[in-house]
Design a protein around this ligand. Structure first.
Ligand code: BG6
Length: 481
């Protein structure tokens, strides 16, 4: 559709993406919307307005997005569905930092229900909201907004952004997205913990020795150098994705799965976290793979962390003082996100060679749960061998096809006004407090950035950190301890 051409009927839901020519829109948002179309979750009059600065025509935009959708779809690509999907999309070329440009939106009436996705840097959140407001756009209907992390570049900035958005959007209409919460196995953590007496009854410091959470990536920063230079692993992964996972692993049982009850318990966790030790690193070169400092749009002397590992503990509650280790990094040897809950040694001498029982929750790329424990070695009287019970959820084709990708699940929830998997402001604020505590510790203790070769396990200092406590990092498939 061309500018100046008025749209006729008022759609029931208009989903507007600011930043529609960015990586996130191509890789995640549009494929997720295509999946929802495939599953018949988009009403016929559902409209997707893609706002971008680039001067594309509608046809050019559709040409650009098609290969992305073909590549990312978890279903077999279906021409007819794709064709029907493109009917929902309108590309709108607009310089969203220019207040006058918002006049353009007159040609695109809002719907009864309007959801905006700010897939742009937080510095633009305020200007876009103000533009929408000043153009009179926010007057009729419901208007909600989804914000991508980081929600600011510091705690002070995040507070300021939040205050300014509150001028235009009701607090309950501001959805902070952390896509890890949409992942199937992250959702499963609470189910595993609270639907099994076996686990619920032992989830305390009397029985759990330590907890390790790893989110390792093999990718580097690719084309996102300028963003990453502001974020680093601490703001990009640690203070949000890893902290969220950790809060699910350690929170006390909520009185219901209702979002208010859940948030309450998550807040208790985040308000009670104490940071003990940390290690930061940055990937160096390996063979033909360049170092972080040689990446596009990265300062050749950059001190940004592409790896972070921390030890923390809770100062209160059933898991008080249990060491919790979190680590994340780019350009590591393997892509794997998993949780290890390591139980204390049994402490009796009836049997020889007893090992620690370990519960592993695999988040990605494999999804599953395994438990390693002790059993008698055949042919012996009192010698123990480790055995493993293993459930691989993603090995079942049907499960793979039926598991919605994180963004798909979260967008679907947002379209249905279900904010349960979005992060409310108090949690965002506490996460920023944690992030700042990490940064302050680095400064105060002069913690040096360790350069690790790409495609390795990360800095040796991170191994040393656990060694000092008498532990070591368990790899994903490592059986016992
Ligand atoms: C994003 C980070 O939030 O999560 C990226 O900005 C990171 O740097 C990505 O690569 C990892 O997400 P996933 O779903 O691939 O684990």
């Amino acid at each position: 559709m061309k500018h100046g051409e008025k749209m006729s009927n008022k759609p029931s839901l208009v989903f507007t993406i600011f930043g529609s020519t960015g990586d996130l829109t191509y890789r995640k948002l549009l494929p997720a919307l295509y999946h929802l179309k495939h599953r018949s979750h988009l009403a016929d009059d559902f409209e997707i307005r893609c706002i971008g600065r680039r001067n594309y025509t509608q046809a050019e935009y559709l040409e650009i997005i098609e290969p992305w959708i073909r590549k990312q779809t978890r279903f077999k690509f279906d021409e007819a569905t794709y064709h029907a999907f493109t009917k929902h999309i309108r590309y709108v070329q607009m310089e969203f930092t220019n207040m006058k440009a918002y006049g353009l939106l007159e040609d695109y009436p809002c719907g009864e229900d309007n959801l905006y996705y700010f897939a742009v840097s937080p510095e633009f959140f305020t200007v876009i909201s103000e533009g929408l407001y000043k153009s009179g756009y926010l007057k009729n209907g419901t208007h909600r907004v989804i914000l991508e992390k980081p929600f600011g570049d510091s705690l002070a900035h995040a507070k300021q952004v939040n205050r300014s958005l509150n001028q235009w959007f009701n607090d309950k209409h501001i959805y902070h997205i952390d896509h890890y919460l949409g992942k199937e196995m992250i959702q499963n953590i609470l189910a595993i913990r609270f639907s099994n007496r076996l686990f619920e009854s032992v989830w305390n410091s009397e029985n759990i020795e330590q907890i390790q959470i790893t989110a390792a990536e093999t990718v580097g920063v690719e084309t996102r150098g300028s963003y990453y230079e502001q974020a680093g692993a601490i703001k990009d992964m640690l203070q949000n994705h890893l902290l969220q996972i950790m809060s699910y692993v350690v929170m006390e049982r909520p009185s219901s799965l209702n979002s208010l009850d859940m948030v309450d318990k998550q807040i208790s966790v985040l308000a009670n976290v104490s940071l003990d030790k940390l290690v930061i690193g940055q990937y160096g070169a390996k063979d033909e793979h360049r170092a972080y400092r040689d990446e596009l749009n990265v300062d050749p002397d950059s001190k940004i962390d592409t790896y972070a590992a921390v030890r923390l503990h809770l100062v209160e509650g059933p898991l008080k003082d249990v060491p919790i280790y979190l680590r994340t990094g780019k350009r590591l040897s393997q892509r794997a996100t998993y949780i290890k809950v390591i139980f204390k040694a049994n402490g009796n001498d009836l049997y020889q060679c007893q090992r620690h029982e370990v519960l592993t929750i695999k988040v990605q790329p494999d999804e599953g749960i395994s438990l390693s424990f002790n059993a008698k070695k055949p042919g012996t009287i009192n010698t123990i061998t480790e055995v493993k019970m293993d459930f691989c959820q993603s090995c079942i084709l049907e499960n793979r096809i039926n598991t919605p990708e994180a963004y798909e699940r979260l967008l679907d929830d947002a379209f249905n006004h279900d904010d349960g998997l979005f992060t409310p402001w108090p949690i965002v604020e506490l996460s920023w407090h944690f992030g700042e505590a990490v940064t302050q510790k680095i400064e105060k203790e002069n913690i040096e950035l360790s350069i690790y070769p790409s495609y390795t396990q990360g800095p040796v200092e991170a191994d040393q950190m656990l060694k000092e406590d008498g532990y070591y990092w368990l790899e994903e498939d490592e059986l016992s301890y």
